[in-house]
Structures are given as structure tokens and as C-alpha cells.
Design a protein around this ligand. Structure first.
Ligand SMILES: [Zn+2]
Ligand SMILES: [Zn+2]
Length: 1020
């Protein structure tokens, strides 16, 4: 891999574009001065002279009375939680340089950087012992978070607690014999442990979340932070009480950050709140702020985006090949492409087995090759059908949902995943009778099942987590007995919206329930991870002696016992990005999908052959010429509506926009004389593959959404949606997207492969190029240095990169940031506090860099609040048709005033970024919230609670996202030459944003759909 240094031009923005023509990427350097820090921690040196802070994930020092901060650590360590050694010479902190958190120390002058702990676990929140010989920290080494300590001299570590709950945020007492820490769980509180005695709980957090105990110099008191119900307080309590409630030190409505305060010798507390470093008497009273400045530089790139064409062209080879499966005889392949199920005799042309506008997915042969099982939504929900290969006769096998069918070895049963959302149950259906039994619930989106040779067990790829404190883990093969009754855990955790005051900050299930009897993890590679929990294996060979799977991006095989346990180390079968392995019936070869083709590997000699798939697609566009007469026109940019306009459409493009002229009304005229025509809406953050079914496309369009962008998806499904839409097989908004997220060594979502080899990044970039991804998403466990490499490599290909993280991505060219909050590896956001407030650092970095912010306020309480305060949102025929009973979310806890304040605070970030000249685009994380509905709700939320002018919100859903993606000359505004993506509204959304609900007609690629047409299920 050649290195590709960015050409840094140390000059002003005016230098942009003056890079030598041979460089495809150039950059301008911007200096930004930070004077506030969102969720920054501070530690005061023992002599009271110097502060250490962790602003934007770097350790800085500054004089204790304020001034200019000096960075001690580089931008790539996500260095946090500084604490001074008792002699004041060194600072301990947690750092992510190694791709997980370890404890590091550095001298106060920035020299002698040293790593104290290492390994695949996360070590956090260091605190020096009073004698300076040890550092306590929290770690997930033991299956939950416990308090550990490391001896500085030797590096030896030992556990200090071993509770079943998570223990974290340690602080040694001044005598060195006591240690304070926090626990979560039902007994959550602030605890003190004396030597080996049982710990006692000094603070009952009463359902709130506690953080960061800090001892007074005399050991008589402990300060801590408690966050609950939109309130964050710093309190002090005596250290020898039981289950008390501290007295509050901070003031009303103060946004105290959840980090350890420092006590001064004169009884003051130095802590962080409201974006500031603050000092206040520990008994309460007037505070004073310690001002600081910190300078950071941003290298912002200019590069040519790789754009796709939307004109009729082709033929192109089909790339959206989904779930290919090799026949037992080894001479045929079934797969999904262009919206249908196909069968192909190897060496011949594929033959379509279905011909309908519905979604097909997950085809699989029976072991005798006489049957195919696959899933389809042709009768509404997605269910499993079986097809007689010889006659083509079909039968619906499940009725309450089913995907991922896998035949038992004797062909009598099919294991599958059923049920909606992330809480998919693993079920078995008897093929002859249709009788269904549930094998397992409570797994978070397990992969496609595979049967043991004796038919008595099933292996699936499942999420193994390191602790219940953070949701990430690795994908590991889990062996489940088929005939064990499922435990009575019917009340499973439901995907719930996270409260705005929590740390977790994203949507997630509770961690995996404990293993049930006779279940066990198959250890192919400790801490290693299978690729996605989908169709990447494990897949048992038909002879039962091997399993194949994808890990580190490539294909592996391992010899296994009849019980599935590995009999030796796995062997690598190839060196290319792989997915979807399936076996030939003789167990001698494996078919797999690599970035842009099908291949087959023979185990005997390692030979790899292409399996040609002679199939192409060509873009189909309408040819009609017609006129839309608009009573009023919002062109996507101008704040003034134009009246009485004729928009001439020819085929899929707008060819003329002009004042009404009678002679233009000669052919077909679409009369929108009492309406307002606007560009179609752009949804920048949704997730949707084939699992969303045929309905999703019509639902999006019915809300006026003509373009969507998915920042994480199954790559082949994303391409299938693009291609099936281009050929007119299914109605859908124009799809921009990517494949799976590029994440680090731990993952959460089923589609995300964990990073376990450095070469994997190159494979991922190649994958992006071959499938023409429109964007790449780096995710939250990826180290910052690798993120930088991904950004540089992606930009070389013209592909933008977005992520959840702001810094240092913003300093190295990341194009976008998703969510005001968003999940993070830290457990707290550095873009927004627990009270939903963002400070100057965030606003300044976003505004000065110009990177896009997709706020998604809806998933952080905005949607629920709006639905509660304006239920007319749901008075709508689209709700009855698309979301019967499912549109309204349960109300959240807490007072309405608090919830409103928190939504207002979060939504206001978008306003401040826009006011400072930054770029806001809109997205919703649908289908967590309903497609389409959630986007118009987000628009109203930002206007009503964020006080963003309606014109800015309309631009942020039309011209601005189009321009940000590089397609400002294709869609998002209305003028001659643009693609004909238009909506006709009943009223003017600039004067009342709720008019965006009133969609009368949608035109996408020149095709006109009335709302009634979009509400209608297509005929088979
Ligand atoms: Zn006209
Ligand atoms: Zn998302």
C-alpha cells in the first residue's frame, strides 16, 4: 500500500485549489482557538499550581489560574481522565492508541510517555495511590468492570474488587487503605472499601447515575457527581456514613461534567461544568471560572468526489448479488439480484425464479438439492417460502415472520430467525407440517443458523460482550441445543430509546443474557471475531468435519469435532474480502462472494476459480415530456417563493423552469396551481436493506423523500436497492450508501465486522471502490490513527467519510459527523453533555471545518416530545397504511419541562452551527423511527424546539445535503438540467413547516406518483 501524504498547505483558506494538479487531495490548514470544552475533565496538581485537562481527547496543562493550554499528547490517543502523581511530576490517563483503552503516564513536561497497562481489555479512569507506587483503574478484564491496580514499578496488576455489578471510577483515600468507587446495577451507589473488608455504600444513588468520587485531603468527605432526570449535580458527603445523600455544591441548572473533582488545601473543589473549569468552596457558595485557550489545527481537504451517473446508460455488470448459495451438487447457484430470486447453472445464464416488485432474500438449498427455501414479503410481512425446484410449486412456510432459513441435515426442518428488530428469535419449523418451535430468544440479531451433522444443535454467530457497562463485544460462534425448551424469558429487553441524561447515548439492547444450559461458545480465536453476524458463517460442512467462516475480512476453514469445537488452528483460504460462504454437498469446495464477483475455492489444493455471473443492468428512465404548473415554487435555495411557474420535465430531468406560459401547456400538464412545488427531500441518515421490504420505498416517497443515504448497510443489499431501483423493479428513493461500518476490535451491530488484522482496512477500501460506495462510515471503536488512514485512502478514491466522532476526525478531513450525541467508546459524548448541551469547542470545530452535522435529535427525545405535544403528526392516512399501531412511541419519563428543555438544548446546536456558517443536514436513523415520518418530525423539531428558521431546515433537507454529497448539480434544487425530483405540497413550508406533511404528489426521476398510488400495495 503506497503511503499517500496529504499535501498540507500552511496557509489560509485562500490557498485552496492551488495545489499541484497531480495531487488528487489537497488540504488547507485552519487554526481554531478553543475556550470551552464539552465533557472535559480537569485535574489540579498536588501543589495547586497546574491544571491538566483532557479537552478534545488530548491531555493539556495550563496554569491553575488560567491561561494558554499546552498539549502533552498527540491527537490520536483519545487521551482522557488525567490524574497527577502525588509528587506532581507525572500525569496518569487513559489512552486509546492501541485500539483499546490502556493506562499511560507522561511527565508534566510532556516527556517520558509510558504505557502502564496493555492487553485486549479496556482500562480506564486511573487514580494514583497516595504513596505514588500504584495506580488504580477500572477494567473489564474479569467479565464485568472491576477495580484493579497496577504497580508502577513492575507493571504487575491485581483485582481489588470482584463484584457482580460493574465497579468503576476508583479513588484511593488519603490513607491509602480505603478506596472509593461507583457501581451500577440495582444497588448502584458510591461505595468505600477498606482493605479486604466488605465495601459499604455511602451514597444511594436512588436510580440516578453516579460518577467520580474524590476524597477531601483529610479523608473525611467525598465529592461525587450524580446525574438523573436532566439534572447533574456535584455533591459532598461524609465518608463514614451509610446510604446517605450528599449536600449539593453546584448551583441550580449547572451542567456538571461526570468527572473527578480536585480538592484544594483550602477546601475548594476544582471541577468542570458548563464547558468551563470551575472552582467553588466545597461547602457551596460562589464559583469562579478558570479561563483557558487551546489552539488546534485542522487540515481540511479538497478532493474530487467520485460521482455516479443517473442518466440512462449501461449495461453494467450486476454487483448487488445477495446471499448466493451453491447447490449441493456443486453445479448451480441461487442468489438475489435486481429484486428477484435467480438460479444459475454454472456456465450458463441465470434464470429468474420470481418476477414481482417484492423483496426476496436469503435463498438456501435443501441438502438433497430438490428444494429451495427463501424469504419474501409478497404477502405483507417477510416470511419463508419453500419451492420445489423441479416443478416451481411454492408454499408459504411461516406466518409470523422469518428470514435466514437453514435446512437440517435430513431436510425435515428449517432453522431460521424470526421476529422483528434486533430481538430476533431463533426458531425451527417442520417442513411438512409448518409447526414452529422457538429454540432461543434474547440473542441480539444472531447470524444465519447452521446445523450440526447430527441435527441436534445449531451454531450461530452471536454477540459476546466484555461487560454490561458498555455494549460492544465480538461476534463468536455459539452452539445451541435444538431440543432444549426455551427459558421463560418472554419479557425480553426491547430496543428502547435511551434517555437523554444517560451515558450510553445510543439505541441498544441490554447486553446478552447469560448462556443457558448446554450452550457454549466455540473458541475459534480468543478475542478474535467472526465478520458480521449475518451470512459470514460459521457454516458447518455437509460432512460435519469442518466449519467455514469469514474473519479479518477473509475466508477460513477449521476442522471441528462433532460437537463443533475446533480440533486445531483454522486455515486461511484466500486473501480477499469475502462473505457468504456456502459448501458444495461433497464438502470439497466453497462458494463465496468477493467484492464484485462470485468465486469458488477447492479445499483439496486451494485452487480458486471465478464463477461467471453473466448478468447486467441498465438504467431505465421515462421518456415523457410534460409540464408542472406550480402555484408557488421553493427552489431549494431561495428564501422567496416564485409564483406561477412552469417546470418542464423531459424524461428524468427538468429542462426548463420559467414563468407560466400558455404555450407550454400544450401536452400533458400536471396541475399544481394551488400547491407549492419543492425539491424532493433528502434523508441523510437511514438504514435500510432488503429487510425493510417493498413497502419502505413507497413509504419514503409518500413523505416526499426522494433521496436517502445509508451510513451503514449490508453492502450487497445496498447495491441491490440501487440497481433494482435503477431498472424500475421497485419504487424507492435514490439510494446513496455504503457497506458495513469500519470499526475497531469490538463491535455491536450485527452488520459490523470487527477489525482483527491491519490488512483488513485495505480490503475494506478495495470493497468500497469495487461497489462504488458513496460514503464510508468509521465507527466508534476504531482507533483514531486508523481512522485517519481510512479518511486519506477514501479521499484518494473520491469517497467521503463520516463518523460519530468529531475530533480528531475533523482535524484530518472527516467529511461528516452523525448525531449530536451518538454512541461512543467512552460512554459519554464529547459533542454534548448529559444535559444535551454543547459548548464552544463543538460549535467552533463544526462551523470552522464545514463538516456536515446530522443532528438526529428525533432519536434523543425530539420525536417523542413532538408526538406528545403535537399529536396531529399522526392524523394521517400514511400512518394507517404503513404503520398501523406503530407510529407513536411510549412516553418518556421525567417532567415535560425537563424533556422540552433537553430537546431544545440539543436542537439548538444545529442553529448555532448554521449561524456560524457551518453545514447541517438532516437524518433520523430510521427505521429506529418510522421512515419518512421521522424526517418531517425532525424538520418540525428543529424549527419549533431548535428555533432554526424554516428556510434553513428546508435547505438542510434539499440543496445542502445534495451539495455536501457532491451532487449539487443533480438534485436538491429546482432548475434546468436537474433530475426531476419534486414534491407538490398543499401549503408553504417556509411559513409553517408543518406544510411538509401535506404531500399531494411526488415526482422522482420524472415519474409522477400521487399519494394514493404510493399508499397502494403493488399487484403481484
Ligand atoms: Zn403554467
Ligand atoms: Zn445510524
Amino acid at each position: 500500500m503506497p503511503t499517500r501524504p496529504l499535501l498540507a498547505i500552511l496557509a489560509t483558506l485562500a490557498a485552496l485549489g492551488q495545489a499541484p494538479a497531480s495531487e488528487s487531495v489537497s488540504s488547507a490548514t485552519i487554526e481554531v482557538i478553543l475556550i470551552e470544552g464539552t465533557n472535559m475533565a480537569a485535574s489540579l496538581s498536588p501543589d495547586g499550581q497546574t491544571l491538566a485537562i483532557d479537552l478534545i481527547g488530548r491531555i493539556w496543562t495550563l496554569p491553575a489560574d488560567g491561561g494558554q493550554a499546552t498539549a502533552l499528547t498527540d491527537p490520536f490517543g483519545d487521551t482522557r481522565a488525567p490524574h497527577w502523581s502525588p509528587d506532581g511530576r507525572r500525569i496518569a490517563f487513559q489512552a486509546y492508541w492501541a485500539g483499546d483503552y490502556d493506562i499511560w503516564v507522561i511527565d508534566r513536561d510532556g516527556s517520558n510517555l509510558e504505557q502502564l497497562t496493555s492487553g485486549p481489555f479496556d482500562d480506564r479512569e486511573p487514580h494514583w495511590s497516595p504513596d505514588g507506587s500504584r495506580v488504580a483503574f477500572s477494567s473489564d478484564r474479569g467479565g464485568t468492570y472491576d477495580i484493579w491496580e497496577v504497580t508502577v514499578e513492575s507493571g504487575a496488576t491485581r483485582a481489588m474488587t470482584d463484584g457482580a455489578d460493574n465497579e468503576y471510577n476508583p479513588a484511593y483515600g488519603p490513607d491509602g487503605r480505603r478506596i472509593a468507587f461507583v457501581t451500577d446495577g440495582p444497588d448502584g451507589g458510591i461505595w468505600i472499601q477498606r482493605g479486604s473488608a466488605n465495601p459499604s455504600r455511602i451514597v444511594d444513588l436512588a436510580g440516578g447515575q453516579g460518577y467520580a468520587p474524590a476524597w477531601s485531603p483529610d479523608g473525611g468527605s467525598v465529592s461525587y457527581v450524580r446525574i438523573a432526570n436532566g439534572v447533574s449535580e456535584l455533591s459532598v458527603i461524609v465518608s463514614d456514613g451509610v446510604d446517605g445523600v450528599g449536600s449539593r455544591v453546584s448551583s441550580n441548572n449547572e451542567d456538571v461534567f461526570p468527572f473527578r473533582a480536585s480538592w484544594t488545601s483550602d477546601g475548594r473543589l476544582v471541577y468542570t461544568a458548563d464547558g468551563r473549569i470551575r472552582s467553588r468552596p466545597s461547602g457551596g457558595g460562589r464559583s469562579s471560572d478558570i479561563e483557558f485557550t487551546a489552539s488546534v489545527t485542522l487540515e481540511r481537504p479538497t478532493y474530487r468526489k467520485a460521482l455516479r451517473s443517473f442518466d440512462p446508460d449501461g449495461p453494467h455488470p450486476v454487483r448487488g448479488i445477495v446471499s448466493p448459495a451453491l447447490s449441493p451438487s456443486g453445479d448451480a447457484v441461487i442468489f438475489i439480484a435486481l429484486g428477484d430470486l435467480w438460479s444459475m447453472k454454472i456456465g450458463s445464464a441465470p434464470v429468474a425464479l420470481t418476477d414481482d416488485p417484492f423483496v426476496e432474500l436469503d435463498p438456501m438449498w435443501s441438502p438433497d438439492g430438490l428444494w429451495i427455501a427463501y424469504a419474501s414479503d409478497r404477502e405483507g410481512g417477510i416470511d419463508i417460502y419453500v419451492r420445489d425446484v423441479a416443478t416451481g410449486a411454492e408454499r408459504k412456510l411461516t406466518t409470523d415472520g422469518g428470514t435466514n432459513p437453514a435446512w437440517s441435515p435430513d431436510g425435515s426442518e428449517i432453522a431460521y430467525t424470526g421476529g422483528e428488530g434486533q430481538d430476533r428469535a431463533l426458531r425451527v419449523v417442520t417442513v411438512t407440517t409448518g409447526t414452529v418451535r422457538t429454540v432461543r430468544t434474547g440473542l441480539n440479531n444472531p447470524g444465519r443458523p447452521t446445523w450440526s451433522p447430527d441435527g441436534r444443535s445449531i451454531a450461530v454467530s452471536a454477540l459476546w460482550t466484555y461487560s454490561s457497562r458498555f455494549r460492544e463485544g465480538v461476534n463468536r460462534p455459539l452452539l445451541l441445543p435444538v431440543d432444549q425448551a426455551v427459558s421463560q424469558e418472554d419479557a425480553l429487553p426491547v430496543a428502547a430509546l435511551t434517555e437523554g441524561n444517560g451515558w450510553a447515548g445510543d439505541i441498544g439492547l441490554q447486553p446478552e443474557t447469560a448462556l443457558q444450559a448446554n450452550e457454549h461458545w466455540l473458541d475459534f480465536a480468543p478475542h478474535g471475531s467472526l465478520a458480521s453476524r449475518g451470512t459470514d458463517g460459521p457454516v458447518w460442512s455437509p460432512n460435519g468435519r469442518m466449519m467455514t467462516y469469514v474473519a479479518s475480512g477473509v475466508l477460513w476453514v477449521v476442522q471441528v469435532s462433532p460437537g463443533g469445537d475446533p480440533l486445531g488452528p483454522p486455515s486461511r483460504l484466500n486473501n480477499e474480502q469475502s462473505s457468504d460462504p456456502t459448501w458444495a454437498g461433497d464438502s470439497g469446495s466453497i462458494l463465496y462472494l468477493t467484492t464484485n464477483r462470485l468465486r469458488r475455492v477447492w479445499l483439496e489444493n486451494g485452487r480458486i476459480e471465478d464463477v461467471p455471473l453473466p448478468m447486467t443492468w441498465s438504467r431505465v428512465v421515462p421518456s415523457e415530456r410534460y409540464v408542472i404548473h406550480a402555484g408557488e415554487l421553493f427552489d431549494g435555495v431561495s428564501s422567496r417563493l416564485r409564483r406561477n411557474v412552469d417546470i418542464v420535465i423531459d424524461g428524468h430531468r427538468i429542462v426548463r423552469v420559467t414563468d407560466h406560459a400558455a404555450e407550454l401547456h400544450e401536452g400533458r400538464v400536471v396541475d399544481a396551481s394551488d400547491g407549492v412545488v419543492s425539491p424532493g427531500l433528502v434523508e441523510m441518515h437511514m438504514h435500510g436493506g432488503l429487510g425493510s421490504g417493498e413497502q419502505a420505498g413507497r413509504q419514503w416517497l409518500s413523505y416526499g423523500v426522494t433521496t436517502v443515504r445509508t451510513p451503514a448497510a449490508d453492502p450487497y443489499e445496498m447495491v441491490e436497492v440501487r440497481e433494482s431501483n435503477a431498472v424500475g423493479r421497485r419504487i424507492h428513493p435514490r439510494m446513496f450508501g455504503t457497506g458495513n461500518t469500519i470499526d475497531g476490535s469490538r463491535v455491536y451491530y450485527a452488520g459490523a465486522p470487527a477489525l482483527s488484522a491491519s490488512g483488513q482496512v485495505e480490503l475494506g477500501i478495495q470493497h468500497a471502490e469495487d461497489l462504488a460506495f458513496d460514503v464510508l462510515k468509521t465507527y466508534v471503536r476504531l482507533s483514531d490513527a486508523i481512522q485517519r488512514r481510512v479518511i486519506e485512502d477514501a479521499h484518494e478514491l473520491g469517497i467521503p467519510v463520516t463518523s460519530h466522532e468529531l475530533y480528531p476526525g475533523v482535524a484530518y478531513g472527516a467529511d461528516g459527523v452523525e448525531h449530536v450525541r451518538g454512541t461512543s467508546r467512552r460512554g459519554y459524548s464529547t459533542k454534548v453533555s448529559a444535559l444535551n448541551r454543547s459548548y464552544q469547542d463543538v460549535v467552533e470545530l463544526l462551523a470552522r471545518s464545514g463538516m456536515t452535522l446530522t443532528p438526529t435529535v428525533g432519536i434523543y427525545g425530539g420525536y417523542a416530545l413532538l408526538g406528545e405535544e403535537d399529536p396531529t403528526l399522526f392524523d394521517d392516512p400514511r400512518i394507517q397504511v404503513f404503520m398501523p399501531g406503530g407510529a407513536e412511541r411510549a412516553r418518556r419519563g421525567g417532567s415535560p419541562d425537563t424533556r422540552r428543555r433537553m430537546v431544545e438544548d440539543m436542537a439548538s446546536l444545529g442553529r448555532r452551527v448554521i449561524e456560524q456558517g457551518g453545514t447541517v443536514v438532516l437524518g433520523t436513523d430510521s427505521p429506529i423511527l418510522p421512515p419518512g415520518l421521522s424526517l418531517i418530525a425532525e424538520m418540525q423539531t428543529l424549527v419549533e424546539y431548535g428555533r432554526i428558521p424554516a428556510i434553513d431546515v428546508m435547505r438542510a433537507t434539499t440543496s445542502i445535503p445534495a451539495k455536501a454529497m457532491g451532487y449539487g448539480d443533480e438534485f436538491g434544487s429546482i432548475r434546468a438540467g436537474m433530475l426531476a425530483d419534486l414534491i407538490v405540497l398543499g401549503a408553504n413550508p417556509l411559513s409553517d413547516i408543518r406544510a411538509i406533511r401535506d404531500v399531494r404528489m411526488v415526482i422522482k426521476d420524472g415519474r409522477v406518483y400521487t399519494l394514493d398510488q404510493l399508499l397502494e400495495r403493488p399487484m403481484r
